[in-house]
Ligand binder design. Structure first.
Ligand code: ARG
Length: 267
């Protein structure tokens, strides 16, 4: 386990959060949701990061983009380079230029995406390599571009369960050496890849995944995860991690958890 270095995160307040369309199985536009509760749950998440010593920067939420709170989908940022995103669904398309502009204004070199690429939702840095999901959102072709842009090996992983449509709903990077994941969310070949690369991984249960427990943010020492993921919390503690449970149940109605709300800015 590594020690926790302060992280820099980009987040987007869920001012305009709503569930008005359905682009993943968690979303039910006919079900009630509580915007004020979503904002207060998100605020608790932001304060949790600040309490752990991390920096949180904010991007202005735009009206008409109810999923913009899910900042992880706004870019992939590694070694000070930014790969912009291209959403699969028209409902989220206008988020891409907003996140791109934020990074340009902050002085980062930004590379345009040539294929569907939903950022850190599907592309996760694990030590020296990038783990990249495909099957539902990010195109397989985007993995090759990701490898070119960052000059780091990209390991392609095939997602097979529509409930776990982004890699970060099925896999969490815990530190430079280890991950937690739900095996059944991956194809047999990808499960074998994960077993080879991470023989000591923390395996999540279906019950953990159903509360989006794997959609967690780790700084290498402390894992911030949905409080409902009780089995995963115990497994992480047994593996030597500290845990902080947060309740983002309103955001889960859109298919998102703590990690979806958090884009790591790595300089
Ligand atoms: N409603 C959003 C979508 O389906 C949720 C995105 C969750 N983000 C994530 N990184 N998994 O696109």
């Amino acid at each position: 386990m590594t020690t926790a270095a302060p992280r820099r995160y980009l987040m987007c307040r869920p001012t305009h959060f709503a569930v008005t369309y359905r682009i993943n199985p968690w979303m039910d536009p006919t079900a009630p949701y509580d915007n004020a509760l979503a904002v207060s749950q998100w605020e608790t998440l932001r304060r949790t990061f600040l309490g752990l010593g991390h920096t949180v920067e904010l991007i202005e939420p735009l009206p008409g983009l109810p999923d913009m709170v899910f900042a992880a989908n706004g870019a992939t940022v590694v070694d000070g380079k930014v790969l912009a995103v291209q959403f699969r669904d028209a409902e989220r398309a206008d988020e891409a230029p907003a996140y791109k502009a934020w990074f340009e204004n902050a002085g980062f070199p930004v590379f345009d995406s040539k294929h569907t690429n939903e950022g850190e939702g599907d592309i996760l840095l694990a030590g020296d390599v990038l783990l990249a999901g495909t099957g539902f959102r990010t195109a397989h072709a985007a993995h090759a571009q990701t490898q070119e842009v960052f000059g780091r090996p990209v390991i392609s992983l095939q997602l097979v369960d529509p409930a776990y449509y982004h890699l970060d709903t099925a896999l969490c990077v815990l530190d430079e050496r280890n991950i937690a994941y739900l095996p059944s969310a991956f194809s047999p070949g990808s499960q074998e890849v994960l077993r080879r690369l991470f023989p000591d991984a923390v395996l999540a249960t279906p019950a953990d995944a159903e509360v989006l427990g794997l959609n967690a943010v780790s700084d290498g020492r402390t894992v911030v995860l949905p409080v409902q993921a009780t089995e995963l919390t115990a497994a992480l503690q047994a593996a030597g991690y500290e845990t902080v449970g947060v309740d983002v149940s309103e955001l889960r109605k859109a298919g998102g958890g703590p990690k979806c709300c958090t884009l790591e800015v790595r300089s």
